[in-house]
Design a protein. Sequence first.
Length: 322
Amino acid sequence: MDSNIQRQEKISLIVPCYNEQESLPLFYREVLSVLNEMACDYELIFVNDGSKDGTLSILKEFAKENPRVCYLSFSRNFGKESAMYAGFCNADGDYVSVMDADMQDPPSLLPEMLSILKSGNYDSVASRRVSRTGEPALRSWLARKFYRIINRISDAEIIDGARDFRLMKREMADAVVQMGEYNRFSKGIFGWVGFRTYWMPYENVERAAGETKWSFWKLFCYAIDGIINFSHAPLHISSWCGMGMTFLSLFLLLAIVIRRLCFGDPVAGWASLICVILFLGGVQLFSIGIMGQYIAKMYLESKHRPHYIISETNQEKAKKIF
């Protein structure tokens, strides 16, 4: 009996936190209630991503009352992607899960996720929202268009409505850790590493407390990062635009020469000429900007800076700089 308990399977639950003092107590009670009913061991890895409120103090209280709680506190705000990566690097469970602390990722789905993994047919169970109730209409429309575009131009499968909330086997978690690029887009990484994934649908859940940290501009920049990190299509578009403009200009030049030789009609219209020049200049700058985005990513990767720096933790063996 004791031997079975010692060999009990373990779930590592990674929870990135940024200014979540209002929702953390609600999340903690709910997730503990679910985990205590599951027939497995667990650890809760809370990653404090440079919060400016009382998030760290709350996490320290959790750690005092529960030895299965681990908190990793960054020296500054490194972003959610770095927080998730820190969790993956420090998780040692047989199963690894990522979920938000705002209760939009229902902890009640964990038992069913674990049951599906134990069936042996899948390596990962990922959640996807089948509705976007409560979101602004424009934001929902843009999100659907983003998923459609990136799936057409990328070799990583990203399902419409996919959340970061998922439960995966140790093998997949190790593969994610091996994807050590500095510019991270986890939805694309999860799709790129492959493995058999079951997509679990659920209705959208609004935040339990607090405010979202994702503004429209941040989401837009995040989408651009995802496209650049997992597709060369923008570079191809830039090249095709350049070729198209070259052939068009040659055709127009030939038309002007024929008109002058055949009809002796000098070409008039400085206004239209200026418009053409401005248009071509805009295309050139746009193409240079696309190349600049890729060069900037290469520049950041070449520096080999750490993904995160941990300033405080209750785990002596934690990887503090990675």
